[in-house]
Write a protein that binds this ligand. Structure first.
Ligand SMILES: Cc1ncc(COP(=O)(O)O)c(C=O)c1O
Length: 374
């Protein structure tokens, strides 16, 4: 059951505006809003609606199940799912007109079989591994898979709607792998063209590339994190992005303790003077990393403070010094930063991670509350 003491407020207007800003950057390329992992923790369906309102024409998910949820909710735009493990529901995807990312040569036959079973052609996007060495067809697999896709297309079982790839280091401007991947992508496109494929969309750019590498925009860009207002490149100037999620909780209690009091499990924090301690009812059960022990920043009573002692499953403590709090005090862990609260980027820096993880890991126990259109 979701907690009633805490909420992740999501500003849908910010998501729409972020997508609109990215569409302006993409100048002519269409935008696919990436909504996998429950919209990076923001709620997939509301995030998807906000992205379409901001001008996205495509949606992207990791898994077919996520894409089917979009279809069941009434989304009719093109949706691509790009991780297809064994026993992925290919026929259900074809029946629901979900585009499929192809990362393994054998998938063409499997998808063609699903198309035969469903009685309609499957739409696929061939994914070239241009150097990420994660999903995608290797340079060795590419020509045979392209040929198999061309045969399946000629047989009316498959439509090759897209050719795409994904960057390893687009968030590190100037990284030598970027130029190498761009050139490998051009080679993959050339091979596809020579085999007679004529994809509607060629796509390569994630958020970082959408913001910094115009030569990678091709026909379609695929921003995820930037749509939620978080920069994929810390410190990048003039992104025009606004963080959409604010995580906050009511302060559950405040109590006075003497100097020398060990606080929370393991007594990893000790008061150096008599102090007021606030209990914040959020913990690792809510997605607050336990590694935020003694480091997580937050705003309480108009001042920036730090988690004091161990983050527990449901709660953590904060040393307020001699400060007292007004009625119904609240703790803001992160947000857009308008009122002096930390950002998800601040949490990421303290914890040695990326803001993607900070927002995505907030658990279903924390209710999402939506502000703004749509
Ligand atoms: C294939 C693909 N495209 C686009 C994205 C969006 O990336 P980002 O959130 O960095 O924009 C992802 C996310 O991991 C992805 O896997």
């Amino acid at each position: 059951m979701p907690s009633s003491f805490a909420e992740a407020r999501v500003d849908l207007g910010a998501i729409s505006e972020n997508i609109a800003a990215l569409a302006r950057r993409a100048r002519g390329a269409a935008v696919m809003g990436v909504v996998k992992a429950d919209g990076y923790g923001h709620g997939m369906l509301p995030a998807a609606r906000a992205m379409l309102a901001g001008g996205a024409e495509w949606l992207g998910t990791a898994f077919i199940e996520e894409a089917l949820e979009l279809r069941e909710a009434g989304f009719t735009c093109p949706v691509v799912a790009w991780i297809l493990p064994p026993r992925a529901p290919l026929a259900a995807a074809v029946a629901a007109d979900v585009d499929l990312g192809v990362s393994a040569p054998g998938l063409i036959a499997d998808i063609a079989a699903a198309a035969r079973e469903t009685g309609r052609p499957a739409r696929v996007h061939l994914k070239a591994d241009t150097g990420l060495n994660r999903g995608g067809l290797t340079a060795e697999q590419w020509p045979e898979t392209v040929a198999a896709a061309a045969r399946a297309e000629a047989a009316g079982l498959v439509r090759v709607a897209g050719v795409f790839s994904h960057f390893a280091c687009a968030d590190e401007p100037g990284h030598p792998s970027i130029a190498a991947q761009i050139s490998a992508f051009h080679e993959a496109l050339e091979i596809a063209e020579k085999a007679g494929l004529d994809p509607e969309v060629r796509h390569l750019a994630n958020s970082a590339a959408t913001l910094t590498l115009p030569e990678t925009h091709f026909d379609l860009v695929r921003p995820g994190i930037a749509g939620y207002g978080l920069s994929p490149i810390p410190g990048l100037a003039d992104t025009g992005l606004r963080p959409a999620m604010t995580l906050r909780a009511a302060v559950a209690l405040v109590k006075r303790v003497p100097a020398g009091s060990g606080v929370s499990y393991g007594h990893r924090y000790t008061t150096d003077r008599p102090a007021n301690l606030a209990l914040v009812p959020l913990g690792y059960g809510d997605g607050i990393p336990r590694a935020a022990t003694n480091t997580g920043p937050l705003l309480i009573g108009g001042r920036r403070r730090t988690v004091s002692g161990t983050v527990c499953m449901d709660q953590f403590m904060v040393d307020l010094g001699d400060d007292t709090l007004g009625d119904e005090p609240e703790a803001v862990l992160f947000g857009p930063g308008d009122h002096g609260e930390p950002t998800a980027q601040d949490w990421a820096e303290v914890l040695g991670t990326i803001p993607y993880e900070i927002v995505t890991r907030i658990s279903p126990r924390v209710p999402r509350v939506y502000d703004g259109a749509p």
